[in-house]
Design a binder for this molecule. Structure first.
Ligand code: SF4
Length: 477
């Protein structure tokens, strides 16, 4: 994934962008960057590797070194950004969120622009092209930013939201054509900001100004927000924002993530209560962090006490701490989980996770609970079985289709033929659905397993299903 944050105001924008971008750290762990514009210094830019230490630590010096009343920042799981681009539109900084699946086709388009133009693109180590540079090269093929952004978005197979810090200090932002990810605008008495996460600017003293619609393009100066291109009708915002990777305190399309998650847990509890599959459970717990509000909703609705049978020790293990070897990473993951013996030993536990993708992590957690004396561990997934890898976002959980535990189990049960019946497997009331759940239970030693249904997740989000992307659950484009 990735996220961005930008500010244009009457005073220095650097501290706000430093703090606002840092609030997007849950969206990426690889690269962080800030670009700023100052009327004397022009555009400045800094990018750091944030794999081993957090964004905030890496950019402390930036607060003294960079100057400017407008700036943008980015957190990325892939390409370094923001990039500085020298073009016919002047020099500007660009940052993007999304994924480009047809990168080769677009590179060819850029390199062959205007016939045999001799155009070049900078290659990164390993020969890969930075997707931000590719988007900029497509934008530059048109007569102005608006035409260029629309052109680039129309060609991208995947999704792309774009943030540009212009050489005149203004900011141009464009939400993805189908609004897969959010772009929100905040306002203060000194200017405007643009953000992926709404809580990031609220904490910095900006109030909600507007959420861009799909494909909408706006320009921000310290005094003015100008709509450069009106939003489109069609939207497919990612449903996973609410179930898993959006931050609990954020709102997207007016729906708060934490509130959605507790509502989602309550709907799962209602299903279990109707199906008689929830009795004799001592405690409901959530897999931290995003599983917790789903579990609170389940506990509140079912009346089963909520408890934390294990707690993550986070004060000294930062999320981005990544030892070099897998063995050391596994050891660190285990060091973080501290059991509460009184809440585990001899107890029947129902654990709610935000999703079950490959199953590796949840297997380790369940083994950990049994090793500390749990009698039974029931598992609930706060989202439906993941049947398709995501093709719209650079989403770290969406790996190759056959890594998905649901698909792997289906193929184990009846070979490739099973892949023709994914809908049936999703449904807990069909023989195939029951067989998949039982096979996963056997594999991971769950006493029982259930998933939220697609309808249940849509109901918990509470916006029109036509506006939501649920592709990874039901394959609907
Ligand atoms: S496929 Fe899944 S993860 Fe990807 S945008 Fe759609 S709902 Fe989100």
């Amino acid at each position: 994934m990735g996220g961005f944050f930008g500010v244009v105001r009457k005073k220095s924008a650097i501290l706000d962008v430093y703090l606002g971008t840092d609030y997007h750290s849950h969206l990426g762990t690889k690269r962080g960057g800030i670009a700023a514009y100052d009327s004397e210094l022009g555009l400045q830019r800094e990018i750091h590797n944030i794999e081993n230490s957090p964004f905030r630590t890496k950019f402390e010096r930036t607060l003294d070194e960079m100057k400017g009343n407008s700036a943008i920042g980015a957190i990325s799981d892939t390409d370094p950004q923001p990039l500085l681009i020298y073009s016919k539109f002047g020099t500007y900084a660009i940052s993007t969120v999304g994924v480009i699946n047809n990168i080769k086709e677009l590179i060819d388009k850029v390199l062959s622009y205007g016939g045999n133009s001799g155009a070049i693109l900078q290659a990164m180590t390993g020969g890969k092209i930075n997707s931000n540079e590719l988007v900029a090269a497509l934008i530059n093929q048109k007569d102005d930013f608006v035409q260029g952004i629309k052109y680039a978005q129309s060609l991208v197979d995947g999704s792309v939201s774009i943030l540009i810090l212009n050489g005149d200090g203004s900011i141009i932002c464009a939400r993805d054509r189908l609004g897969r990810t959010p772009v929100l605008i905040g306002k203060s008495k000194d200017g405007y900001c643009v953000s992926f996460e709404s809580f990031a600017y609220q904490k910095l003293g900006y109030s909600d100004e507007k959420e861009l619609g799909p494909g909408e393009i706006v320009r921000l100066t310290e005094d003015e927000l100008t709509v450069l291109s009106e939003p489109g009708e069609e939207m497919r915002i990612c449903a996973f924002l609410w179930t898993y990777y959006g931050y609990s305190t954020s709102n997207y399309e007016g729906v708060n993530v934490e509130v959605m998650r507790t509502r989602n847990g309550a709907i799962m509890a209602e299903f279990d209560m109707a199906n008689g599959d929830y009795k004799d459970i001592d405690y409901v717990g959530g897999v931290p962090d995003s599983g917790t509000p789903h579990a609170i909703g389940y506990a509140n609705r079912s009346g089963i006490p909520f408890a934390r049978p294990y707690i993550k020790y986070t004060p000294t293990w930062s999320r981005s701490f990544m030892p070099a070897t897998q063995a050391d990473r596994n050891k660190i993951a285990k060091m973080k989980l501290i059991p509460v013996h009184e809440l585990i030993h001899g107890k029947n536990l129902l654990l709610v996770d935000d999703s079950i993708v490959r199953g590796t992590q949840i297997k380790e957690t369940v083994d950990f609970l049994y090793s500390h004396g749990a009698k039974e561990v029931h598992m609930r997934s706060a989202c439906p079985p993941i049947m398709y890898g995501c093709k719209y976002l650079n989403f770290s959980r969406a790996t190759s289709d056959m890594e998905l535990i649901s698909r792997r189990t289906i193929v184990e049960l009846e070979g490739e033929e099973g892949l023709k019946h994914l809908e049936e497997y999703s449904d807990p009331n069909t023989e195939r659905g029951k067989a998949m759940r039982k096979a996963i239970c056997d594999k991971f030693k769950f006493k029982s397993l259930e998933f939220q249904s697609v309808e249940g997740a849509i109901k918990a989000i509470g916006i029109d299903k036509c506006k939501l992307c649920t592709y990874c659950w039901n394959g609907k484009e």
